[in-house]
Design a protein around this ligand. Sequence first.
Ligand code: IMP
Ligand code: MG
Length: 209
Amino acid sequence: MTQPGTATDAGRPVPPPVAPQEVDPAVGRVVVSEAELQQRVRDLGAQITADYAGRPPLLVGVLKGACFFLSDLARAIDLPVEIDFMAVSSYGSATHTSGVVRILKDLDLDLTGRHVLIVEDIVDSGLTLSYLRRNLAARQPASLQVVALLVKDGLQSVDLDLAYEGFRIPPDFVIGYGLDAAERYRNLPFVAVYQEPAQREAGATLGSS
Ligand code: IMP
Ligand code: MG
């Protein structure tokens, strides 16, 4: 049998096998399923459509995590929304924010007089969001609200004041539907707990079903 990476008779290399993400041991317990995500995003879209009738919002997505949520949410809103993106980086370890935020890419649009809706993937400590809110509020928008898909239970030291929130989840590090661990797993269609290598070796429950 031909080994992966070796030349075949035709002289073409066979690519090494790559396990599907859903059987990857890093992908742990599913926290929010694909069906639950899609239903909730549709409901949020309907609510936003009703609340913003006559004043279509500018959706401000925070890259990269929020881009999957934003693109589904925008299609669930029956209003001529505008879309813009910001990229920020928070100093800290791979899995914890310090609250010190740096703007890597600023918005293209001027917020003056616009109804701005910040679209966030996940709120953990709430420090990133509280920085963004202060920063965007200083640009004279007509209104400024936040929709967050996921909110981790009980970890926020700041008052979040979220107009819309998708799901409250336990305070585990999660991946999927835009959320990454070292840039991987954003394209999982569900949200799952990330099993760090140390946890896996300690025999934590594996599998994504
Ligand atoms: P906060 O400032 O602690 O609220 O963290 C907010 C940002 O950290 C989010 O917008 C995410 O980009 C990232 N983050 C927080 N928790 C997670 C997680 O569980 N998985 C992936 N990214 C996360
Ligand atoms: Mg984010």
